[in-house]
Design a protein around this ligand. Structure first.
Ligand code: C5P
Length: 208
């Protein structure tokens, strides 16, 4: 595969991470889950007892080490929220921008996040916007964490948390979550991961 850049954006738990991993593997491209960068910054802010909403986190963003991205405690609910809060800080986004561009510079990449097709790689070869209803995403997120079906109360709470995070991500001033005009929409509510991959591969195959 030549060094192309595939940008995959969308809200939390829509299936973009699963798609990105599978697509990268199929096409032999490097993969970067850019959410991990924001999660690592949020995690380190929590560790240092700093306020993710009020304190400038750009110093942490500037000195993130590869080992910070490999921590096993980046997918906890408190980190979900911390990541969204630091991601709304313009200086944090600026500090992480070049790093994301450098990642794809030599071999291309499949990159998933919120602003890849709009801000990080506005000229990406292929842009996909992967989404699903808040309810479907809540079910998936619950099953990811617990490996079983959610109770109605747990589901409602998770759905509310997901909607709150969607709101922070979509309402922020800098690089909000939004579909790039030229991104191809994939709605995953009624699709299995294999069907989502098949659709994406079809899009890639038709790319000139
Ligand atoms: O994708 P994930 O849920 O791991 O991302 C965590 C948070 O990082 C998101 O809620 C979002 O606020 C932020 N993020 C972002 N831009 C990206 C990737 C993630 O703002 N490209």
């Amino acid at each position: 595969m030549k060094a192309i850049i595939i940008a995959i954006d969308g809200p939390a738990a829509a299936g973009k991470g699963t798609l990105a991993v599978a697509l990268a593997q199929h096409l032999g491209l490097p993969h970067l889950d850019t959410g991990l960068l924001y999660r690592a910054v949020g995690r380190l802010m929590l560790d240092e007892g700093r306020d993710c909403a009020g304190d400038d986190a750009s110093d942490i963003a500037a000195r993130l080490a590869p080992s910070d991205l490999k921590r096993t405690d980046l997918r906890l609910p408190e980190v979900d929220r911390a990541a969204s809060l630091v991601a709304a800080q313009p200086a944090v986004r600026a500090a992480l921008l070049q790093r994301q561009r450098d990642f794809a510079a030599t071999h291309g990449a499949v990159m998933d996040g919120r602003d890849i097709g709009t801000a990080v790689f506005p000229h990406a070869d292929i842009k996909l916007f992967v989404t699903a209803s808040a309810r479907a995403r809540a079910v998936r997120r619950y099953q990811q964490y617990h490996d079983r079906d959610p109770s109605p109360a747990a589901l409602s709470q998770l759905e509310a948390e997901i909607e709150a995070r969607d709101h922070i991500d979509s309402a922020r001033h800098v690089s909000p979550l939004q579909r790039a005009e030229d991104a191809i929409l994939i709605e995953t509510d009624d699709l299995t991961p294999d069907q989502v991959l098949a659709r994406a591969l079809d899009i890639v195959a038709r790319h000139p």
